[in-house]
Design a protein around this ligand. Structure first.
Ligand code: DHB
Ligand code: FE
Length: 299
């Protein structure tokens, strides 16, 4: 049976892909950002997930104003990095898991989530930057990826509550897949950022860290945060954070944080990162970067 063993949250700032691709990731500006992912890169080497269900948003690369799916699932064999204006990133192609993806699509649709099915597309920084942050410089990505695209670009995006419920439905779908697979769910995007207009550069450290707190334990208070609060408190692009709630919903009633990182500045944004375990009473963590302190780790 397939199992969801962990959830990962991460920003997907495109500048980090550029910094990595140009070997600048340990320069003074980028080092404090990338250092927060070193723990996760080591951890992933021992976790060895078979598949990542990678919740992300496309930024007008695969979709544009002609077609705007609210929730879409990639059922293809392979996805190439998109050209976002400077040529495609020099990173490996992303390999899908069509059998698991079609199973999840069927389960979600029969569970009344009307997914769009994608068989062919290119993937942009929303998907490739988190892969780089978690796996670094590799000849092939060490996991198969089921891309799960969410519209957070054109109003109206889905509600946080709907995203959480989709995560719960993904957990049901994975649990009914007969093959023994180690599956992670990643939620990407955010944290607070506004890229345009008079409030460009808006950062809200307090709100971001409260959001990270809300992903841990058995609270589901983040389900009820309305769009207008993301907009007001975290800027126009902060709404990307609803995608983290799909990851959170997939982890079940309780979670435990085993790693957490937050840093400002990163381009015009705040960068956040968290690694969660479903917390069902089993203690299968041998390493826990948050164990030294009960206090949340903040910037
Ligand atoms: C930027 C773009 C993004 O899509 C994002 O999530 C954060 C930052 C940027 O262009 O800096
Ligand atoms: Fe984005």
């Amino acid at each position: 049976m397939a199992r969801i063993t962990a959830g990962v949250g991460s920003s997907h700032v495109p500048l980090l892909g550029v910094a990595h691709d140009q070997q600048k990731d340990r320069d003074a500006y980028f080092a404090p950002i990338f250092e927060g992912f070193d723990w996760t890169r080591e951890w992933e080497k021992t976790e060895k997930p078979d598949v990542v269900i990678l919740v992300y948003n496309d930024h007008a690369s695969a979709f544009d104003m002609k077609i705007i799916p609210t929730f879409a699932i990639g059922c293809g064999e392979r996805y190439k990095p998109a050209d976002e204006g400077w040529g495609p990133r020099p990173v490996p192609d992303v390999h899908g898991h069509p059998d698991l993806a079609w199973h999840i699509a069927q389960s979600l649709i029969l569970d009344e989530f009307d997914m769009t099915i994608i068989n062919e597309m290119e993937v942009d920084h929303g998907l490739t930057v988190p892969l780089t942050m978690m796996f670094g410089d590799v000849a092939e990505w060490p996991v198969k990826v089921v891309p799960l695209a969410v519209n957070v670009v054109t109003y109206p995006p889905p509600s946080g509550n709907r995203c959480w419920a989709l995560g719960e439905a993904i957990a049901r779908a994975v649990a009914s897949f007969p093959e023994d697979l180690n599956v992670q769910v990643w939620g990407t995007g955010g944290m607070s950022h506004q890229l345009q207009g008079p409030r460009a550069g808006l950062i809200n450290k307090e709100w971001d860290n409260d959001f990270l707190d809300g992903l841990v334990g058995d609270t589901d208070r983040l389900r009820k945060v309305p769009h207008i609060e993301y907009l007001r408190e975290t800027g126009s692009e902060g709404i990307e954070m609803v995608m983290w709630l799909i990851m959170r919903g997939a982890l079940g009633k309780r979670t435990k944080a085993i790693h957490r990182h937050y840093h400002v500045p990163c381009s015009n944004t705040a960068i956040g990162h968290i690694v969660l375990r479903p917390d069902n009473g089993e203690s299968f963590d041998t390493r826990d970067s948050t164990a030294a302190s009960d206090a949340p780790l903040t910037a």
